[in-house]
Structure formats: structure tokens, C-alpha cells
Design a protein around this ligand. Structure first.
Ligand code: NAI
Length: 445
């Protein structure tokens, strides 16, 4: 479904009119393109107070041009990225240093600039440090809301001295791949991350299974994982077999027509995998059957709970206990929704299931890592332009698009890029996270 307002408000007359009448003026997002540099300008690396993370070496490895003091006024002084190391901030003086470091840079940002604040986990035994580090959450969320011009802002909490483990996360956030991710707080654990031979094809040699891959977000996920080098197994309901086979053939993968809610789905998947097993399991298939609770039949309730949550729980349990997910490179990625965070009228069934995904991720992640060497994360999409959202009534659809810091809906590829980052062998220190891909939607923020 094309976003006509986005197109109109970026035409000459449309821009003039939108400005005069005070309408939102969303800026088209720059997304990943083959052969184009990650960012169209230098990255500014700043520190507030003392550094507990030392991100200089990681940033140097990204190949981005890094400056360490703002060169305001110069023609080349439009920063395409800013990384503020605030890991050592442990009180009000540190927060003052955050202002001191970023304030001079704010007028020197390029459109699409990526703002990343590095923080530390709030310390339960030091309430001054905890207050300051929690303060960074409010700071970054406000920054995302006011930055404008397709800029994004995130807080990445790193373990002391573990900036290396955050390399894949920094590469993702400092690139067009994260165009529709903003206002997020991401925790990266300690631990040695695997460095891929080729950052453009980090999934080379790995196998990924994507449910709901015949269309929409699932198709984009399969395409993006294949672009990054994975062999893809595309799964969807048997009635979508035609589209599914076309997607699989285009990507050089295989098609698995299967209703994921079938009792034996886990066993059928395990039987269809190559002998060396599965690396990446993406639970994307989902359905909606909206009604207010007063009008919701048991069938509507149960079908949504079963496809969106029950099938995820059953197949995850089966594949983990069968040892089908490979230790080290194993990744389970669920698909939640901002409806599962904010709630939504007419979606008690859907929001219950999607919030359930977030609960599953939180609980299973530490155990799956310890017992199986597998990480468990989720994406929570906001308004994404697919057939699912094309069916939403016009007024609600328009509100869904505009009610976010980026003022537009996302594309399936935005969710896919986020999943590809979580799926990377280099993201082994990212575990138990639910990352919203919502353009910093105002819902449930
Ligand atoms: P879509 O309706 O375009 O595609 C979903 C795919 O899942 C379809 O190909 C469908 O056949 C497949 N599927 C449904 N039930 C299945 C089953 N029992 N077994 C196997 N495959 C099944 O949906 P869209 O928009 O691509 O959404 C993908 C995921 O993202 C869903 O989990 C959805 O809840 C979630 N999501 C989407 C948002 C959006 O704005 N489009 C927002 C938030 C979450």
C-alpha cells in the first residue's frame, strides 16, 4: 500500500502546503543499498566523563570515518552518526557531561544521522549510578522524538570493558539497515563475539527457517537472510504453496508447505532440515482475528493464540529438545508487536499472544544460552506496510503511520534487517531482547 502522503509532502508544492498548515513532514528513509557506503558522512565519537567501555577500537574496525571533536561550521561537518560513551556516568555530574558533550554537536547533524548512546546497566547497589543510567533512557527517547529529519537515537547498555561484544550492534545501528528503529534500549552482554569473515555476508554457510515466508514481512526476512548468505527454508500454509515455492526458488532455498499450528509441526520441520541442523529459526507467521472481547468467539480467541503463541512455544520446545538448533550459531527470533506492549482495541487475543512472545523471550533466553548455546530475541514491529495493515480502515491506518517519531510506516525490509542483525553469529552477546521496529511509535512508548 503506497504512502501517498509521504510522497505528496516531499513534493515542492506539498512541502510548502504541509509547512503552512502545520502538517507532519516525514522524510523518506534511506535504506541499505548494495555498493553504497554505510553512512554518508563521518561519525563523531564523544565521551561523557570517564569511559568504562572504550569503543574506539570497535569504531575503527567499522571503517567509518571517526572524529573525536565536533567541527562546527565547516562544510564537511555534517555528522552522519554520533556515538556518546556514557558508560561511566554515575551521577548528576555525569549527566551534565552528557549535555556538555552532545549539545554542541546537535546543530551539525546530517539528515538520517544515527545517535547512539552507550550506557551501563543501572547498579542495584548504587542509587546515584542507577538514577543517572536510567536517566539516559529518558534522554535517548526524548532525543529520538526531537531529532527529526529521519534521525534515530538509541541507548546500548554494554558490560564494563565489553565494547567488542557490541560490534554487530553498533554496525547495525550506525547504518541504513536500522532506518526504522528508534528510541530503543538494547542490552548487550559480555562475552567474545564471533567476527565474521565478511560483514556483508555474515550468515554464509548457515541455514535459516522462516515461518510465514510466502509474503509480507516473512518474505522480506527470507530475502534478507539469503542476501546475507544463509540457505533459507521457507515455510507457509499449504494453501500459499504457489507463492511460497516462487519465493524459495527466487532465493535458491527450499519450500516447506506446513501449517505451523499442526501438532506435529516441530517434528515435520526437524525432518526437513539438512543433516547439519538449523542455525536460525524465525517465528514470523501470524494472524489477526479482531473483535472486541464482548464480540469475540472462542474460535477467534483460540486461533490467534494458537498460531501466534502456541505454535511458537511448541516448535521451539521440540527443536531445542531435539538438538536441532546448532550450538553457538543457534538463534531463535520471535515476532511480537507493539500491540503486545501498548494493547489495542479489538485485539485482546492478538495482544495477549504477542505479549506472550516477549515473556517467552525473557524467560527462555538465559536458559537456552546456558543449555543449548542458542540466543532468543524478538522484534516488535509497529506499523509496517503489508497486506495485514492494508486491511486496516483508512483513518486508523493513517494514524498508525503518522503517530511515530519518523512519521511514516515501516517497510517489511526494516523488520528483516533487524532480524538479520539478531541472527548474525556476531550477535551472540545480544540475548533476551525485544527490539521494537516501529519508528519510535507513540503507542506504548
Ligand atoms: P501477512 O498476513 O502479510 O503474512 C503472514 C504470513 O504468515 C502469511 O503468508 C500467512 O499465510 C502465514 N501464516 C499464517 N498462519 C500460518 C500458519 N498457521 N502456518 C504457517 N504460516 C502461516 O502478515 P505480516 O504483516 O507480514 O506479518 C508478519 C508478522 O509480523 C506476524 O507475526 C504479524 O503479527 C507481525 N506484525 C506485523 C505488523 C504489521 O504492521 N504488518 C505489526 C506488528 C507485528
Amino acid at each position: 500500500m503506497p504512502d501517498r502522503y509521504l510522497r505528496l509532502s516531499n513534493s515542492g508544492a506539498g512541502r510548502f502546503l504541509a509547512r503552512r498548515v502545520g502538517l507532519p513532514q516525514p522524510v523518506p528513509l534511506r535504506r541499505w543499498e548494495p555498493g553504497r557506503t554505510a553512512l554518508d558522512g563521518p561519525v563523531l565519537r564523544l565521551t561523557a566523563g570517564t569511559s568504562a567501555a572504550n569503543p574506539a577500537a570497535v569504531l575503527a574496525r567499522t571503517g567509518l570515518t571517526v572524529h573525536t571533536s565536533p567541527k562546527t561550521g565547516a562544510a564537511d561537518a555534517r555528522y552522519a552518526g554520533v556515538v556518546l560513551d556514557a558508560t561511566g556516568v554515575d551521577g548528576l555530574d555525569g549527566l551534565r557531561a552528557v549535555h556538555g558533550a552532545l549539545h554542541p554537536a546537535m546543530r551539525a547533524l546530517a539528515d538520517d544521522a544515527r545517535l547512539v548512546v552507550l550506557g551501563s546497566a543501572p547498579d542495584p547497589l548504587d542509587h546515584h549510578q542507577a538514577a543517572a543510567q536510567q536517566g539516559l533512557e529518558g534522554f535517548v527517547r526524548s532525543l529520538g522524538k526531537e531529532a527529526g529529519r529521519a534521525r534515530t537515537a538509541q541507548l546500548v547498555r554494554v558490560a564494563p570493558g565489553s565494547a567488542d561484544a557490541a560490534e554487530s550492534t553498533l554496525r547495525f545501528l550506525l547504518s541504513p539497515r536500522s532506518a526504522f528503529v528508534s528510541g530503543q534500549v538494547i542490552t548487550v552482554g559480555a562475552g567474545g563475539a564471533v567476527v565474521p569473515d565478511d560483514w556483508e555476508r555474515p550468515l554464509a554457510g548457515l541455514t535459516a527457517l522462516v515461518t510465514g515466508a510466502a509474503r509480507g514481512i516473512g518474505e522480506a526476512v527470507a530475502e534478507t537472510l539469503a542476501r546475507d548468505g544463509a540457505r533459507v527454508v521457507c515455510l507457509d500454509v499449504p494453501r500459499a504453496a504457489g507463492d511460497l515455492e516462487a519465493v524459495a526458488a527466487r532465493l535458491g532455498g527450499s519450500a516447506l508447505p506446513l501449517d505451523i499450528s499442526a501438532d506435529d509441526a516441530g517434528a515435520v520441520i526437524a525432518g526437513a532440515l539438512p543433516p547439519d541442523g538449523l542455525d536460525i529459526l524465525v517465528h514470523n507467521a501470524g494472524i489477526t482475528r479482531d473483535r472486541r472481547l464482548a464480540n469475540m468467539t472462542e474460535e477467534r480467541w483460540s486461533s490467534v493464540l494458537d498460531v501466534n503463541l502456541g505454535a511458537v512455544l511448541r516448535t521451539t520446545d521440540h527443536l531445542l529438545s531435539a538438538g536441532a538448533l546448532r550450538r553457538g550459531t543457534g538463534r531463535i527470533i520471535g515476532t511480537a508487536s507493539i500491540a503486545g506492549i501498548a494493547g489495542n482495541t479489538g485485539q485482546t487475543n492478538y495482544a495477549t499472544a504477542k505479549a506472550g512472545i516477549i515473556g517467552l523471550v525473557r524467560s527462555l533466553a538465559p536458559r537456552a544460552a546456558a543449555e543449548h548455546g542458542v540466543t532468543v530475541n524478538a522484534v516488535a514491529p509497529g506499523f509496517i506496510e503489508t497486506k495485514m495493515t492494508a486491511a486496516v480502515p483508512l483513518f486508523i491506518r493513517e494514524a498508525g503511520r503518522r503517530m511515530s517519531s519518523l512519521g511514516q510506516g515501516g517497510q517489511p525490509v526494516d523488520v528483516a534487517e533487524t532480524i538479520a542483525w539478531l541472527a548474525s553469529p556476531a550477535s551472540s552477546a545480544v540475548n533476551g531482547q525485544t527490539v521494537r521496529v516501529c519508528g519510535q511509535s507513540l503507542l506504548g512508548a
